[in-house]
Write a protein that binds this ligand. Structure first.
Ligand code: UTP
Length: 409
């Protein structure tokens, strides 16, 4: 792409300022910037204004019942046998979403590479591989594991896992694919520059994973291999049960085309997205969308009506996902501190949030599905996310939960 073509592309999105410093750049920098403009999909920027608006008023949000522990307990053997059978017939693959930046944790590498051990190394990735291998040992076979990375961590993740020999998991079952990045923008919707020759690029959220799989040719591979189900999960929950046969068996038993692992809320105001019915469809309602009345609403058994928080562990039927590949995803804006150029062309380190990252979220896929089974799991056994440096959902709190589950640190 030459300068004229780049300028024309930027003009279509009202972003000519990206080339403001072009004339003063060296030849290599000029080429790098033009290459970046050429390969970057700017179409998400068109949704910026609309994404600043709240969700449309008048949506009907109602409670959605979950399959609770008692029912799961009563059917555990049957569900597990059904799930194991599907795994043995190679109908399930796992998808590890590891493209995030982990800004809250404040590490400059993928969270998976973080060592949380005390007396010996124990990497976050290692916890996940161990959990997966408990299932594959039970099933007596392995299953494909797809790992989503992003430009900021792709090589580091590949190198790390290769060096660690995939913690004993067969290398031929592990396949990587990269998610897209998107430029961060100012409150006016203008692309922020990381330097005079580069836009500030950030991973575009965890919602585009299936599209990224399609772009990498993996969806075609799934079809050829007859893989019918995908279990997508977060990198940072070290107690994550992956390819849980009981969960898969329950979703199959109910004939749903998706499932979401959920935990009972600790208290009504807990800041988790909860399962609901939105305009008649299974969906996730964010905590800030719940009115005070909804927060306290009770069902017939006296439990909170909106009681089940999602933990980013989902099952999706592949053919149901295929139907939505061409859809425009819902855009979410994450307000962040973005180190970027000021009008003099100097990099500033902002003290307050000065920009937005544009993201899509996996939870929006739930609403696209015809049906979703919320499947209750025990918080202390399956939910130890590592999000923050200290306090709630930190390495410290995750260590306590690992110990509680008999893991030696
Ligand atoms: P979070 O929303 O917690 O984001 O991701 P994060 O990047 O890990 O952390 P912060 O918000 O910057 O502190 C939940 C899951 O989604 C993945 C993460 O790797 C994690 O497994 N994710 C997030 C992606 O794969 N890509 C993204 O662009 C964002």
């Amino acid at each position: 792409m030459n300068f004229e073509e780049a300028l024309n592309k930027l003009k279509r999105y009202g972003q000519e300022q990206v080339l403001a410093w072009y004339d003063g750049l060296g030849e290599a920098e000029k080429a790098a910037l033009l290459r970046e403009i050429e390969k970057t999909d700017l179409s998400p920027l068109l949704g910026f204004r609309a994404a600043l608006e709240p969700r449309p008023a008048g949506e009907k949000i109602e409670p959605l019942a979950a399959m609770e522990l008692e029912e799961i307990g009563a059917n555990r053997e049957r569900f597990t046998a059904r799930g194991l059978e599907a795994i043995r017939r190679r109908k399930l693959a796992a998808v590890l979403l590891a493209g995030g930046q982990g800004t809250r944790l404040g590490v400059d590498k993928s969270k998976g590479l973080v060592d949380i051990g005390l007396t010996h190394p124990l990497y976050i990735f290692e916890c996940l591989f161990r959990n997966l291998m408990e299932v594959t040992a039970q099933a007596g076979c392995t299953l494909p594991l797809y790992v989503m990375t992003s430009a900021i961590n792709d090589q580091a993740i590949r190198d790390f896992l290769r060096e660690k020999d995939y913690f004993g998991y067969p290398a031929e079952e592990v396949r990587f694919f990269e998610q897209e990045t998107c430029p961060a923008v100012s409150p006016e919707g203008k692309i922020l520059m990381a330097s005079r020759s580069a836009m500030f690029m950030a991973p575009n959220g965890n919602g585009g994973w299936y599209k990224s799989m399609a772009r990498a040719g993996i969806t075609e591979e799934l079809r050829r291999a007859g893989i019918q189900w995908l279990n997508a999960f977060a990198v940072d929950n070290v107690l994550q049960r992956i390819a849980d046969p009981c969960f898969l068996g329950a979703v199959l038993d109910r004939g749903c085309d998706s499932g979401a692992k959920v935990i009972r809320k600790a208290f009504p105001e807990e800041k988790v997205g909860v399962m609901c019915r939105r305009n008649g469809r299974a969906s996730v309602v964010e905590y800030y969308e719940l009115t005070p009345e909804m927060l306290e609403e009770r069902n017939g058994s006296g439990d909170l009506a909106y009681n089940f928080g999602v933990i980013l562990n989902y099952l999706f039927r592949v053919d149901a996902l295929d139907k939505f590949l061409g859809d425009k995803p819902i855009l979410h804006l994450a307000k962040k501190k973005v180190p970027c150029l000021d009008e003099k062309g100097e990099v500033i380190q902002p003290e307050t949030e000065n920009g937005y990252k544009l993201e899509t979220l996996i939870l929006d896929l739930v609403e696209k599905m015809d049906s979703c089974l919320p499947f209750e799991v025990v918080r202390e056994k399956e939910f130890a996310p590592i999000k923050n440096k200290t306090g709630v959902d930190s390495i410290e709190s995750a260590r306590e939960l690992l110990k509680l589950n008999g893991i030696v640190l």
